[in-house]
Design a protein around this ligand. Structure first.
Ligand code: ADP
Ligand code: ADP
Ligand code: ZN
Length: 218
């Protein structure tokens, strides 16, 4: 059976890093609303035009927009693949929308994996983050540099990029949004017995191993 999971945690917690690892090791598809929105901004679609300034300010894009993106992308997935919700849901309204979306597609949530991190570390994580412009592989100035300088480990590309919202000032707004709107959705899933907490401050490989153990427990 396809396992559908939510990766929950503040900006910089390691959701994207762990989602990419799961995609490489399992029949799972990463559904990142952040990635979908950045693609829409880049393509200049109506959604992208609405989202751009909101994202640059570190605020949340409307529930309707992100839930529609999730529904469209889930519809395009094969039934046999599990979904990794990365950065969604972020509000109670999104959590309820996701319930309806999953039911309509005959899917069930297996786990909500909460990456538990120390807030002081997040500014360091986010301001050091960069990605390969060609394949999207994630890197970090201090925690994960390419093995060969200026060359992507995965595709050999030489171009890297940083997100416009990955600056110390916007990070504070994003963390405040997380505390005010996203952290309060945890009790919804705690009541259903779905939450599993993982130490997100551990090394990337150890975090992956902890998540793997949770998936194996299903
Ligand atoms: P999120 O998707 O939750 O915002 P990312 O997965 O993009 O977070 O991680 C943020 C940054 O921190 C990236 O540069 C990534 O390489 C780095 N990172 C991720 N997990 C760890 C970890 N366990 N230890 C140290 N650095 C990490
Ligand atoms: P991070 O994991 O580093 O916080 P994301 O890539 O998930 O970053 O999100 C980047 C930005 O995209 C957010 O700050 C917000 O503006 C927007 N966004 C992404 N997902 C959502 C969502 N589920 N609801 C509302 N806004 C979102
Ligand atoms: Zn690459």
């Amino acid at each position: 059976m396809a396992l559908n999971i939510i990766l929950l945690g503040p900006p910089g917690a390691g959701k994207g890093t762990q989602a990419a690892h799961l995609v490489a090791t399992h029949a799972m598809v990463q559904l990142s609303t952040g990635d979908m929105l950045r693609a829409a901004v880049k393509a200049g679609t109506p959604v992208g035009l609405q989202a751009k300034a909101v994202m640059e300010a570190g605020e949340l894009v409307s529930d309707e927009i992100v839930s529609a993106l999730i529904d469209d992308n889930l519809a395009a997935m094969p039934d046999s693949a599990g979904a990794i919700f990365d950065g969604y849901p972020r509000t109670a309204a999104q959590a309820h929308a996701l319930d309806a979306i999953l039911t309509a597609r005959g899917r069930k949530l297996a786990f909500v994996i909460e990456l538990d991190v120390d807030e002081d570390a997040l500014v360091d994580r986010i301001t050091g983050r960069f990605t390969c412009a060609t394949c999207g592989e994630g890197y970090h100035d201090r925690h994960k540099m390419p093995a060969v300088a200026d060359s992507c480990d995965k595709c050999g590309g030489h171009e890297f990029k940083r997100r416009p919202d990955d600056n110390a000032e916007t990070v504070r707004t994003r963390m405040a949004e997380y505390r005010a709107k996203t952290a309060p959705i945890l009790p919804i899933y705690e009541e259903r017995g779905l939450v599993r907490r993982v130490d997100g401050m551990a090394d990337m490989a150890d975090v992956s191993a902890a998540i793997e153990a949770i998936l194996q427990s299903a």
